[in-house]
Write a new protein. Structure first.
Length: 396
């Protein structure tokens, strides 16, 4: 029987421990060296990796329709309007005014008797009026704040961001008359015009407005903008308030005038769009080469759509509010509707909603399983307007 030398056994065990320790130390040293190399050479490799990462395409939205209270059924078919208001949506059909939260829960309902109901909104309120009729109302999320009947038929109405209402009507003595009402329904300013008032746009402080009129000069249709402050009113010999300034005639049929950027306004006309500063000086014009199909703007960008029905494609033009520079790109489909949110243009064709940045790059898309007439975006919610129902999807 062999006898084991205890001292020799201890030496072998010590050598094995030392070997295991050295292996662990070498592995740790290699890892530490690799981490150090990554950290100290970051300036060399990170820009390249960052460039690769930024080119990874944005994932498409799932386009899954919301359940629960959706779809919201609409009686009377397509003759309804929907706008985002006070973290929900206001819906006006031929007989009722509704407010829903983003989950489709009905918050408020009121019946109306308007023959041709129109809806316009501020961030917190909604103005409903009867175009060609004699009634308008300011609505909150939960009630009717006031209702006013006019002496003459209403031509148009707009709402300021602090809930002043501009209401333009016909008149026996003038072609059109504009009245401004504060948020309680008190009449605070009036203007009578021998020309047709086509739009009223409140200034950024809501203490004045830009009145756009159309007329003719030498047989040519022209538009003009007049600026008034509600607290600085001088009157002419006919008793009309004199404007602080007014623009030269612009040879276009103005469709809409909006605030644009921090200190500009933009005019969308039938043959051109034009930018003015808030002193009435013309800054730039963009003349169309095709018929305008749709447009929208906010304080960051303006977007215009020109459809080519023969080739079944569209051109989208985008204008930066800060620089005034424009860019354009073509689509391989017809654009049905366009809306601007933040710095992107969102377009809708038969089965898609696509978001583009100002460079014309597609940044997000949602494919739709049904046909819809239009859409509205509120946060990450997109409300889809069908013929007789409203659906919702998430869109990021």
């Amino acid at each position: 029987m062999a006898v084991t030398d205890v001292s020799d056994l201890k030496k072998r065990r010590q050598r094995k421990k030392l070997s295991r320790f050295l292996k662990k130390f070498i592995i740790i040293f290699i890892l530490a060296a690799a981490v150090a190399a990554i950290v100290f050479t970051k300036s060399l490799w990170y820009p390249k990796l960052d460039g690769i990462l930024t080119k990874i395409p944005v994932s498409e939205n799932t386009s899954e329709l919301a359940g629960g209270n959706f779809p919201i059924s609409i009686e009377g078919g397509a003759a309804y309007r929907l706008e985002a208001v006070d973290d929900g949506v206001a819906v006006l059909d031929d007989s009722h005014y509704f407010v829903y939260d983003t989950n489709g829960k009905n918050i408020f309902t009121q019946q109306h008797t308007l023959a041709n109901p129109i809806l316009t909104v501020s961030p917190k309120k909604a103005l409903i009026y009867d175009i060609g009729g004699n009634s308008f109302s300011l609505m909150s999320k939960y009630k009717c704040i006031y209702k006013i009947d006019t002496d003459y038929p209403i031509l148009l109405a707009n709402l300021s961001s602090n809930d002043k209402a501009a209401v333009v009507t016909k008149d026996d003595k003038f072609l059109s008359v504009m009245k401004i009402y504060d948020s309680s329904g008190k009449n605070i300013f009036n203007y009578s015009s021998i020309e047709r008032i086509i739009d009223v746009t409140f200034n950024s402080d809501n203490n004045g407005c830009y009145i756009t009129t159309i007329g003719s000069k030498d047989g040519v249709l022209v538009s003009k903008i007049l600026y008034y402050k509600f607290d600085k009113i001088d009157y002419d010999e006919l008793g009309n308030p004199t404007p602080i300034w007014q623009t030269e005639n612009l040879e276009t049929l103005a469709i809409s005038v909006r605030l644009f950027g921090n200190d500009k306004i933009i005019v969308f006309g039938d043959n051109l769009c034009a930018c003015y500063d808030t002193s009435g000086n013309l800054l730039s014009t963009y003349k169309y080469t095709r018929n305008l199909s749709d447009y929208d703007s906010n304080d960051k960008i303006a977007a215009l759509v020109f459809n080519n029905t023969e080739q079944r494609c569209s051109e989208i033009v985008m204008i930066d509010s800060e620089t005034g520079e424009d860019s354009s790109f073509d689509t391989d489909f017809i654009v049905n509707s366009l809306h601007v949110y933040d710095s992107e243009a969102y377009i809708h064709n038969n089965r898609e909603i696509i978001a583009y940045n100002i460079l014309g790059e597609e940044i997000s898309k949602a494919e739709l399983t049904e046909d819809y007439d239009d859409f509205r975006k509120l946060g990450s919610n997109v409300f889809l307007l069908g013929y007789d129902k409203i659906n919702k999807i998430d869109f990021n």
